[in-house]
Design a protein around this ligand. Structure first.
Ligand SMILES: [Zn+2]
Ligand SMILES: [Zn+2]
Length: 245
């Protein structure tokens, strides 16, 4: 039995979900508190006021960022992210995505689920879908990362996960290495919408992806979802805090 001391002040038998260092354990800690002191200091929650569309932090007021202002209204997609894509978030994503550390899917997914619950769960007729990897990429990496996040989120919030998009084209060069125009060019025809037998029209869909950089991938997927009469919003684990790169 744990002592009264450890019940109140936590004990050292809990570990940070990212770097495995000991962390204090309190009953009912949310996932963003289940990090060690070092990771807590390094992770950056997105500051308000944020752009009311893409969630870009640190604006003067909660209106629109420059990127969203120059995006036609019909193409704008509301995005919410857990953390800023800083050095710490990049390490998390690299370890998960490129070193295949599937263990990280659960804490990342739970964090995203709490954000969706807070911001969007009041809507009814709700679905979850994700930005899919190409099947060749899934084979290389061993798992489809966004799909795994989507299933963790769906299970946590009791919302169905539906595979609505297929990635048709395999990209050998990562999006992050391309200029803005190259990205937009490379995205044309990359995804297609898979029609379902059930009538989904009018549903809200949360589109899951890991990182929001310029938003071009999310907007491209949202375009296909809107054509199918769905209402997309995006949820990403991390987002960059810079203008178009
Ligand atoms: Zn840590
Ligand atoms: Zn914006």
């Amino acid at each position: 039995m744990r002592s009264w001391w450890s019940k109140i002040f936590g004990d050292s038998s809990a570990y940070c979900w990212f770097c495995q260092s000991p962390r204090p354990r309190m009953i009912g800690n949310p996932i963003w508190e289940q990090l060690c002191a070092g990771c807590t200091e390094k992770r950056k929650i997105l500051a308000y006021p944020q752009c009311r569309v893409c969630g870009k932090p640190n604006l003067i007021d909660d209106s629109f960022c420059y990127d969203c202002l120059r995006t036609p209204e019909s193409d704008r997609v509301v995005n919410m992210s857990c953390v800023e894509y800083n050095h710490w978030a990049r390490l998390v994503v690299q370890q998960w995505k490129y070193r295949g550390d599937e263990r990280l899917s659960r804490p990342m997914g739970l964090w995203m689920a709490s954000l969706i619950k807070q911001r969007f769960l009041h809507r009814d007729r709700f679905l979850i879908t994700y930005v899919p990897c190409h099947r060749k990429r899934v084979y290389e990496r061993g798992f489809d990362q966004a799909k795994q996040l989507a299933h963790i989120i769906g299970a946590q919030l009791h919302i169905p996960v539906v595979e609505l998009l297929v990635r048709q084209r395999y990209q050998d060069q990562p999006q992050s290495k391309r200029s803005r125009d190259q990205r937009l060019q490379a995205l044309v025809g990359t995804f297609s919408y898979q029609r379902k037998q059930m009538d989904l029209s009018g549903h809200s869909v949360v589109l899951i992806d890991d990182v929001y950089t310029t938003g071009s991938t999310v907007r491209e997927c949202a375009k296909l979802l809107r054509r199918a009469n769905l209402q997309p919003v995006a949820c990403t684990f991390a987002r960059t805090n810079s203008e178009y790169v």
